[in-house]
Design a protein around this ligand. Structure first.
Ligand SMILES: Nc1nc2c(ncn2[C@@H]2O[C@H](COP(=O)(O)OP(=O)(O)OP(=O)(O)O)[C@@H](O)[C@H]2O)c(=O)[nH]1
Ligand SMILES: [Mg+2]
Length: 249
């Protein structure tokens, strides 16, 4: 039987497989590729596929990166396949970003915590909104988490400011030091959970694949080396977001 195609998520009932596309978006040099490198390192060998990156000499992504991840549930009976992409952040690559966003089920905005990057983060957020719109997707309906990366650098936005942003907006906010793999698993699982919940509401994934979504995410967390329950892991994000309007980070 051919896989059953929905707007983006793919359900293959015969193979008992769900395939989801997630995209890491953000300004140039914010650490998107570094997040994927960390996740690749953190994932068990069973879970991770080959990390494909295409960079120029100076760390700039030219087209996109792709990390395929496969999480198994119900003793291997069901597979959750993730295609995790990054976009190239440089302004000149807007057309590529639009292409990579096609069929995205969820997006993480990887922001740079440095004060000097505030404007570039905001521009990237508006660029994301426009590129989603051009793909017929609506930012307000897209599962979205925000990561403030590079927390190890001087002259960064304060924790209090990030907390304020987290409570003001409706999307979960995570802090990270991607070069050390800190906050990378939390960000990914936060996005995966939000995306799963959204898809479950629209496509009844859990019922149709007869599986427990929470168990699935817990399994994914274990395969990413998490040693505490997902609830505890995600409680480390900044502030509990209240429903509210979406503003630029
Ligand atoms: N100090 C510090 N440097 C970081 C961190 N994360 C990434 N970097 C560095 O920032 C630079 C850019 O990181 P990349 O991951 O290539 O950035 P990108 O977002 O993929 O950039 P584009 O592909 O151009 O969009 C690299 O030199 C990384 O080592 C971090 O948490 N702390
Ligand atoms: Mg990159």
């Amino acid at each position: 039987m051919a896989p059953c195609q929905y707007a983006a998520v793919q359900l293959d009932f015969a193979a008992r497989e769900v395939t989801i596309k997630l995209v890491y978006y953000g300004p140039a040099l914010s650490g998107k590729t570094t997040n994927l490198v960390a996740l690749h390192r953190q994932a068990g060998t069973d879970a991770r596929g080959r990390l494909m990156t295409l960079e120029t000499q100076d760390d700039r992504t030219l087209f996109f990166d792709l990390l395929p991840l496969t999480f198994r549930a119900k003793d291997g009976d069901v597979s959750l396949r993730i295609k995790l992409f990054t976009v190239p952040g440089q302004p000149v690559h807007s057309a590529t970003r639009k292409l990579v966003l096609q069929g995205a089920d969820g997006v993480a905005l990887i922001a740079d915590s440095q004060l000097s990057a505030t404007q570039r983060n905001a521009e990237s957020f508006f660029d994301l909104r426009q590129n989603l719109k051009d793909n017929g997707l609506e930012l307000g309906k897209m599962p979205l988490v925000i990561q403030f990366n590079k927390r190890d650098l001087p002259d960064i936005r304060t924790e209090e400011e990030l907390e304020r942003l987290a409570t003001r907006g409706k999307e979960p906010v995570f802090s990270a030091i991607a070069t050390r793999g800190a906050g990378t698993v939390e960000t990914f699982l936060g996005l995966l959970q939000l995306t799963w919940q959204t898809l479950d509401r629209t496509h009844q994934l859990s019922r149709r694949m007869s599986l427990d979504g929470e168990e699935l995410i817990e399994g994914a967390a274990r395969q990413l080396g998490a040693t505490v329950p997902v609830r505890e892991l995600l409680a480390r994000n900044l502030g509990l977001p209240e429903p509210g309007p979406r503003g630029a980070p």
